[in-house]
Write a protein that binds this ligand. Structure first.
Ligand SMILES: Cc1ncc(COP(=O)(O)O)c(C=O)c1O
Length: 370
């Protein structure tokens, strides 16, 4: 197409040209077809290897006949359950089509062009994406030498245009956490126009007692949004459902920009049952804790450096370019996430799987590395 023709095309917003679409890792089906391998193991997207609660699956089956009806736009049953479970009033909650959507709604409600969004580097890519989408300035701040949020450096970037500050806790892809004490001091130092967003997608896996009680800050009415999801320990990533908890003065505005029926009825029904099945959550967390430690030790005997993790994945320094390693693993039917996606090509992020899945990874990684 020549320039003349392209000038005649409808013009997208300037900021859209700067957005690079998210590139997900390969799916099990793609790897099986492309490499001709069977029994592909996927340890790349931090999903629950045990899958969802059987009660959630039953709710989906039971609800299937009703899909011709619009869902409850207010996600009322789920919000009532969450309010009770989390000890917050119902007007402190918003449910989204994944916590991804809640992040986007928050950005749509609060970001003006020129506002500033601060987040760590590396961290979850959605924060930079929504900043760019809204024409806000992206302010990434490198993690410290231990792959932990450098709150002092983040604070030094705060200005009177700072609107959102994202703290991914535990951080994706490193699995590291920020303690209550440090984050409380950080929150107190933020200017009044800034909102601190605690993305706690992996909170259920945390066993470090210094982890923040971020809901306490929400109950006190501080400008804090806590994000949680049903995609990780609850095993419902494919249904897309997550939520935000914040004081009503923030929730009101987030609810204002959401689509009327943003969360489908099967997701709502499954989430309610997943929440009720505490035994399944407990089993999933125990498996993760055991396998996280075993995998860490075994990876270290292979010469890797593993960052202590509070999540369901490990941030692993291979000491060499990860890309040939990723390719060799794909040929053997194992999918993990390359650190190159996070600007760290010597690292990989490995989701903790079931014991046999982790064993398959270890066997193959040993062949590839040694
Ligand atoms: C830190 C973090 N936040 C949010 C999400 C998105 O979760 P959801 O599936 O609820 O959109 C992810 C998914 O990987 C994540 O790692």
């Amino acid at each position: 197409m020549n320039v003349q023709e392209s000038l005649a095309l409808p013009r997208a917003r300037d900021t859209i040209g700067r957005i690079t679409p998210y590139v997900p890792g390969k799916s099990i089906e793609e790897v099986a077809a492309e490499y001709g391998v069977r029994d592909v193991v996927k340890l790349a997207s931090n999903e629950n290897p045990l899958g969802p609660s059987p009660r959630a699956l039953e709710a989906v089956r039971n609800g299937a006949g009703e899909i011709f009806r619009y869902p409850d736009g207010a996600s009322g049953e789920l919000i009532a359950l969450l309010a009770e479970r989390l000890d917050v009033p119902q007007d402190h909650l918003v449910v989204g089509n994944g916590s991804d959507e809640v992040i986007k709604l928050l950005a749509e409600a609060y970001l003006e062009p020129g506002d500033e969004v601060i987040y760590a580097d590396p961290t979850f890519s959605e924060y930079a994406y929504v900043a760019r989408l809204m024409g806000a300035a992206e302010i990434p701040v490198p993690l410290d030498g231990e792959w932990v949020h450098d709150l002092e450096a983040m604070l030094s970037k705060v200005t009177d245009r700072t609107k959102l500050v994202f703290i991914c806790n535990p951080n994706n892809p490193t699995g590291t956490i920020v303690s209550h004490e440090r984050l409380e001091r950080f929150l107190a130092a933020l200017p009044p126009q800034a909102i601190m967003v605690c993305d706690e997608a992996y909170v259920e896996y945390v066993d470090d007692a210094s982890f923040p009680d971020s809901l306490g800050w929400v109950r006190e009415g501080k400008p804090v949004v806590v994000l949680r999801t049903f995609s990780k320990v609850y095993g419902l990533a494919g249904l897309r459902i997550g939520y935000g908890i914040a004081p009503p003065y923030l929730i009101e505005n987030i609810r204002r920009v959401k689509e009327p029926f943003n969360v489908n009825r099967l997701a709502q029904a499954a989430a309610c049952e997943a929440l009720r099945d505490e035994e399944h959550v407990g089993r999933s967390v125990r498996l993760n804790a055991e396998e996280r430690e075993r995998l860490r030790q075994r990876l270290e005997t292979l010469g890797c450096t593993v960052t202590p993790s509070q999540a369901n994945f490990l941030w692993v320094d291979l000491g060499r370019d990860c890309r040939p390693v990723l390719e060799a693993l794909l040929q053997r039917g194992v999918i993990i996430r390359g650190g190159d996606a996070f600007g760290q090509p010597h690292h990989v992020r490995i989701t903790i799987g079931k014991k046999d899945e982790n064993d398959k990874l270890l066997r193959n990684l040993e062949q590839v590395l040694l």
